[in-house]
Design a protein around this ligand. Structure first.
Ligand SMILES: NC(=O)c1ccc[n+]([C@@H]2O[C@H](COP(=O)([O-])OP(=O)(O)OC[C@H]3O[C@@H](n4cnc5c(N)ncnc54)[C@H](O)[C@@H]3O)[C@@H](O)[C@H]2O)c1
Length: 415
């Protein structure tokens, strides 16, 4: 099997998570890292775990020269400048087989559009990394239910949620650098999964046509004095001045282009979910059948008493964004596989080796950005946003939510 040399830009949370996943993917080598922080540690991890003779490079150009695939695992606010540098490196002779970008593709539709336009002249395959589409439980539910759907009719309602107690780095909390709050950060996951779950098996991922979006954003925990101060001291972000939403929920109506049938996708996301740790919930309901995924259900439970708590290991080794080290704990022994990262990498490997886009390409990432921004627009205006209206499509091209402009107080009821 041909080895695909992957070079990553960024060595933070997702860089390390993806490296864990690579241990379970054949044919992909972590060949290089370029990052402002954490590159040496990640490269050492790669070498210690047989992921390849990983080297640290001083810039994007050198990384590209020594990789077959480059992955953007750096924060949202540096996407454009880093993509420009990748494109320059390719024009200068770097022989890449493809480019990966983590979610979200852009903080605005204009930014996502710019990324698509930047890579278009170099004609390289792209992968938009949305791991939750690749979750084995979701894929399994779809294939198990395929014959049932054919007889009974398609999934008509999908409800998807991702929630935890809040992100790990200050820039995620800063609505200007991140592009908003939890809707921009995690709504993009749940919107993508609900669209996918509703899509008939075998049809393209954008087959169903989004018709309208209605959404709500709110600041339920981190705007209250006690928690606002805690956040300011811990993350250096003041939600008294530039707040972002820590909760969002919404509904998207999709149309089947052949039958005209309307189906509904719902999403709910929060950074104020104070339970064991990260929870993904997805369900799909069709006539006479249903499925449900809950990432907090694990065959493994661990109990740690108060007496033993001092000896407990780091809680995050049990579960992403874990909040407790004692009591009855939920432990997921293989999170990178559970959340879809392993299958996401394998899909990218097969696609790039065959010279084509991954299942999800950057154009798809742009479509998800449009839905996320339409949801902000709906919440801001307290209105349903009709995506079939050409005037709305035009407006979305230059739209930046008030929250992402640092004017969240006007929307989140703090004035
Ligand atoms: N799919 C998922 O579930 C998931 C989970 C977490 C993060 N993400 C996405 O991955 C991206 C990175 O998030 P993270 O949690 O790893 O962030 P992080 O802050 O933990 O790590 C960011 C890394 O990028 C580096 N970096 C920052 N600016 C850089 C620059 N100009 N040049 C080179 N390196 C730079 C930092 O030094 C660090 O190594 C974000 O876009 C985020 O949305 C996706």
């Amino acid at each position: 099997m041909e080895m695909l040399k992957l070079g990553c830009i960024g060595a933070g949370f997702i860089g390390n998570f993806q490296a864990q996943a690579m241990k379970m993917v054949r044919g992909v080598e972590l060949a290089g890292v370029y990052a402002l922080k954490g590159a040496d540690k990640l490269a050492q991890f790669a070498r210690d775990n047989g992921l390849g003779d990983c080297r640290v490079y001083p810039n994007v150009k050198e990384l590209c020269k020594n990789s077959a695939v480059v992955a953007l695992f750096a924060p949202n606010y540096v996407r454009i400048e880093l993509t420009e540098q990748i494109v320059e490196a390719v024009k200068a002779g770097a022989e890449l087989k493809g480019i990966i970008c983590e979610k979200p593709l852009g903080r605005t539709v204009a930014e996502a559009q710019r990324l698509v336009e930047l890579v278009s002249p170099i004609k390289l395959p792209t992968a938009y990394f949305e791991n939750q589409i690749h979750i084995k439980a979701i894929k399994n539910a779809r294939s198990q239910l395929e014959p049932v759907q054919k007889t009974m009719g398609p999934v008509a309602l999908a409800r998807c949620a991702e929630e935890h107690a809040g992100p790990h780095e200050p820039w995620f909390w800063d609505p200007i650098r991140q592009g908003g709050g939890v809707l921009s950060d995690m709504g993009c996951h749940s919107i993508a999964v609900s669209w996918f779950v509703l899509t008939p098996v075998g049809k393209p991922v954008t087959f169903l046509e989004p018709v309208w979006v209605t959404a709500e954003t709110a600041l339920l925990k981190w705007g209250r004095d006690k928690y606002r101060r805690e956040l300011r001291d811990r993350m250096g972000v003041d939600y008294g001045k530039t707040p972002a939403e820590d909760f969002c929920t919404g509904t998207i109506k999709f149309r089947h282009p052949d039958t005209n049938q309307m189906v509904i996708g719902q999403f709910t996301n929060s950074w104020m979910y104070d339970k064991q740790g990260l929870r993904l919930m997805m369900d799909g309901l069709g006539p006479g059948y249903a499925f449900e995924v809950n990432s907090l259900s694990s065959p493994l439970e661990i109990f740690i008493s108060d007496a033993a708590a001092a000896a407990a290991a780091d809680a995050e080794s049990a579960l992403e964004k874990a909040t407790a080290t004692r009591g009855l704990l939920t432990v997921q022994p293989n999170e990178v596989d559970l959340y879809g990262y392993v299958d996401e990498l394998a899909d990218m490997r097969d696609a790039f080796l065959a010279g084509r886009d991954a299942l999800l390409n950057w154009q798809y990432g742009l479509e998800i950005t449009k839905l996320v921004q339409a949801a902000y627009m709906s919440a801001e205006r307290h209105k349903t946003i009709y995506l079939t209206d050409p005037a709305i499509q035009k407006e979305l091209k230059s739209y930046q939510s008030l929250i992402a402009q640092g004017k969240g107080a006007e929307v989140l009821g703090l004035l």
